[in-house]
Every structure is written in structure tokens, then in C-alpha cells.
Write a protein that binds this ligand. Structure first.
Ligand code: ARG
Ligand code: ZN
Length: 468
């Protein structure tokens, strides 16, 4: 920038500062500078997921649901900070009817197009201003079928519903910035008919009976959470409580029909978390637990924050080790975009290998050799799934875990275990991408590992030899 333009910019800055001082409540001076926030964050797999121009810091959701008619009534209070001067901004919401929206107390204009909800506040929002958007909405939330055929979003169950959101389903039950890169704290309050329970993430902070007999539960998640990890489980549940690490409350729940048969493994959650803490470092959250559903309710287990959800058929030691490991890898350190999915699944799969090494006489080396022999693991490089349908493909899990084992073979056990705990420590409650990972591993290894990345992380097809 030359001197003359610097002088001019200086004069402009003074004029703008005067205008800004004259303007109240964080609005943009004169209302001429703000632009709409982007309608998507250009995720390589879901370009319209998430929205630009602001960062959410907190979601306060107040919901009521009646399984008898399948209707949800919702109020989402979203506290966010503008990252540009905003004339309008988007939220992601699938289906449902928006009744009213306000920004900082004033009615905002609402527009819907596909899964994009646009709010145009009365006054523009200045860069850096913290604002509060309140959206009231209702309707029958939808089930979303993913590219790989699995169902997420809102799943009706025999006695209630389950809300699950990986990778895009959370937009089916609340408006938000539904990309993993925008994490926030949550308060989730849910009212359900008498006789049912409403479970969610974090700590139960209030429970009350309404005058009409319905029951209301409030759940608090103080740590940042990616919206795909938010969860609701509404229905009949038997619950048990325990404590882990001397202070963290553990709440497990199971449908009453399967409460007895799942009790023993549910009771082992503190001991499994203790073992994971030895290997992965301090547990990142202030609550823990699990929810077990009949197989008809859901087709896969999911690492919903603090309290993963399992179908009965996957409620086994290996899957419990896997979903609890995600609390460090995926939930605390979240993917910067869905391209970084392998960072979640490689570590969670490797946790299973390590558990088998420690307790089931199966060295990780043997799991590595077995994965190497699995042709399905070589369909594509784990860091480059070709389509959204491949995000949960075998290479993401098996070849991802092989990458970790190759690192272990290359740097030795001491440095490898330093990496296992150091990675979630460095990016605790944050997000990271594949390059952050390779850079971090090289910094611990003290050397360039591009040969390893080229073959195991990015290479096409199966290497000729099991060592590179
Ligand atoms: N992240 C889950 C796990 O491996 C799997 C979720 C499967 N979801 C799906 N849409 N395919 O623990
Ligand atoms: Zn997983």
C-alpha cells in the first residue's frame, strides 16, 4: 500500500469511526456496508452446509415433542458473533415451519430456500458484534437418508424418537450453523408426555413436572460441541448412574426391554474410560455415558458428545471402546471439514486395536496385517473419499487405522503414545485438518514423513509391500 492511499484510508477510518459512534446497538453505520453472509462453507462434500459471516457461541434450544402426533415445537436461541458486516445471514434447517424470527429483539425477515433459512435483521450487524437470533418453529421433523443409505436426522422409534446428526442430520431438528467447524456450547430443554424421558448431551441441570403432567428436562453442554454430535433420545428408558475419574457423572440408559441384558456392559463404561484416559490423556468433557436402543430404532452406533448411542446389536466391548474413543478423536478434536473424517475413524478404530492388544491377546500388528489383507480397505485413499457416500467407507476406518500403525512402526512406541495423547491435547475443544495432523506428527517425530503420507494416506491402491 502506498503512502497516499494510507492517508486516504486514515481519513476514511476517522469518518467511519465517527459514524459508528453515532450508531447504536452494533448496527452498521448508514446500513450500506453489510453484505449477506455466505450460504455455505464450501465443504468439499456438502458445499452448502454451514454458513458464513458469523460464529455461533451458544445454542439454547427449547423443544417439546409428542410421539402421538410426531410434532415438534421448537424455539432456538442462537448467540453468535458476526465475522463481517452483515446485512443478512443464513442458518441450515430442513423442513419444519418457521413461525417467527428476531435478531436482538427485533423481528427479522425470513426466507426459506431448500435447506437454507435466511434472516434479514432490521438493522445490519457490525463485524465483531455479538447478536442473538431467536427462531420459533414447528412441524414434523424429517428423517434424512444419507448417500450411503443410512438414516439420520429425526428417527421415530416405537415409543418416541431419536435425533442423530452425522453428517448432516441436525438441521432436521434445529436451525443452526450445521458444519463441524463452528462449535458452540448448548442448553437443550425438552418437554415430553408423562411416562417418557428426554435424554440429551451433557449434564442434566433441571427436571420438572408441568401442570399438564408432561415432563421437562434441561441438559447443559458447557464444552464446545459440533452440531452433528448433538443428540436427543425420547422414549421409555431405564437409567443408571455412576462416577468416573472421581468427579465426572456417568449416565447410561437403555430401553426397558433391553435394560437387563445391557446392564453389565453399561456398568463397564467407567473402567473403559479409565483405560482410554491412560492412553489418550485427560477426558475432555464434564459428563459421560451411553444410550442403548433396540435394533429397530437405529442402524449404527454414533459418538454423540458425552453420551454415544448404540443399537443393541452393536453394543459390544469393541464398539463401546470405539465410540468412547471418539470423545477425544472427533468430539473434542473435530474435523475441520468432512474431508477430515478419517481423523475421527482412524483413531477410534485404532482404539479397538489397542484394546485388543492390551486385553484380548491380539497385537495391533496382527489387526494391521488383517486390515492390509482386506481388499475393501484399498478402494480409495482415506484422506480423499471420492464421494459423500464414501465418507463412512472401509478405507476411512481400516486404512485410516493402518496409517496410525505405520506411524507407530516408524517412530516407535514412546513417540507414538506421545502422539496419541498429544494430538487431542493440542487441538482440545477445537477443529483440525489432515495437514494439521501430518505437521503435528512430523514435529513429534522430528523428521519428514512424506514417504509415509504419500503411500498410506494419499496413495492409490494397495502398496506392494506391507512396509514402505
Ligand atoms: N461415526 C459412526 C461411527 O463410526 C458411524 C456413523 C454412521 N453414519 C452414517 N451416516 N453412515 O462410530
Ligand atoms: Zn467411528
Amino acid at each position: 500500500m502506498n503512502t497516499r492511499s494510507r492517508v486516504r484510508t486514515g481519513a476514511l477510518a476517522v469518518a467511519l469511526a465517527l459514524l459508528a459512534a453515532a450508531c447504536t446497538s452494533g448496527g452498521v453505520a448508514g446500513g450500506v456496508r453489510g453484505k449477506p453472509g455466505a450460504a455455505g462453507l464450501r465443504d468439499p462434500y456438502f458445499p452448502k452446509l454451514g454458513n458464513g459471516g458469523y460464529d455461533v457461541t451458544h445454542y439454547a434450544l427449547t423443544l417439546s415433542y409428542d410421539p402421538a402426533d410426531g410434532r415438534l415445537d421448537g424455539r432456538a436461541e442462537i448467540t453468535a458473533k458476526a465475522t463481517q458486516d452483515l446485512s443478512a445471514f443464513n442458518l441450515d434447517l430442513a423442513g419444519l415451519t418457521v413461525r417467527r424470527a428476531t435478531v436482538d429483539g427485533d423481528t427479522a425477515a425470513v426466507n426459506r430456500a431448500g435447506n437454507e433459512l435466511t434472516l434479514r435483521p432490521r438493522a445490519e450487524i457490525a463485524d465483531g458484534h455479538e447478536f442473538r437470533a431467536v427462531i420459533t418453529y414447528d412441524g414434523e421433523p424429517q428423517t434424512i437418508t444419507d448417500a450411503d443409505g443410512s438414516e439420520e436426522g429425526w428417527l421415530k422409534t416405537a415409543d418416541g424418537a431419536l435425533a442423530l446428526g452425522e453428517p448432516t442430520g441436525s438441521m432436521a431438528w434445529f436451525p443452526g450453523n450445521h458444519h463441524p467447524s463452528d462449535k458452540a456450547s448448548y442448553d437443550i430443554t425438552v418437554t415430553v408426555p408423562a411416562g417418557l424421558k428426554a435424554l440429551s448431551n451433557g449434564v442434566l441441570t433441571a427436571e420438572k413436572k408441568e401442570k399438564d403432567g408432561r415432563v421437562t428436562a434441561t441438559w447443559h453442554t458447557p464444552e464446545p460441541m459440533a452440531s452433528y454430535l448433538a443428540m436427543l433420545a425420547i422414549g421409555k428408558y431405564d437409567t443408571s448412574t455412576a462416577t468416573v475419574f472421581g468427579k465426572v457423572p456417568v449416565l447410561t440408559a437403555a430401553d426397558p426391554r433391553i435394560a437387563t441384558e445391557t446392564a453389565a456392559l453399561r456398568a463397564r463404561i467407567p473402567e473403559i474410560l479409565d483405560w482410554e484416559k491412560e492412553n489418550f490423556g485427560p477426558y475432555p468433557f464434564s459428563a459421560a455415558g451411553a444410550i442403548v436402543e433396540p435394533d429397530d430404532d437405529v442402524g449404527y452406533a454414533l459418538e454423540t458428545q458425552t453420551r454415544p448411542v448404540f443399537p443393541l446389536g452393536s453394543f459390544d466391548t469393541g464398539t463401546v471402546v470405539h465410540e468412547l474413543a471418539h470423545q477425544w478423536y472427533g468430539d473434542s478434536v473435530s474435523p475441520a471439514s468432512w474431508k477430515d473424517m478419517w481423523l475421527n475413524e482412524s483413531f477410534a478404530t485404532y482404539a479397538e486395536w489397542l484394546y485388543e492388544e492390551d486385553f484380548e491377546h491380539t497385537p495391533a500388528q496382527r489387526s494391521f496385517e488383517k486390515a492390509f489383507a482386506n481388499q475393501g480397505a484399498w478402494a480409495f485413499p482415506p484422506a480423499e473419499p471420492p464421494t459423500p457416500q464414501d465418507l463412512f467407507g472401509t478405507p476411512v476406518y481400516q486404512r485410516g487405522a493402518m496409517v496410525l500403525h505405520r506411524i507407530r512402526q516408524t517412530v516407535g512406541d514412546e513417540k507414538f503414545f506421545e502422539i496419541l495423547a498429544g494430538w487431542p491435547e493440542k487441538y482440545r475443544h477445537s477443529t483440525a485438518d489432515t495437514e494439521d495432523f501430518t505437521r503435528y506428527v512430523e514435529s513429534v517425530a522430528g523428521r519428514d514423513l512424506s514417504g509415509l503420507w504419500d503411500v498410506w494416506l494419499y496413495g492409490d491402491g494397495k502398496p506392494e509391500k506391507i512396509t514402505d
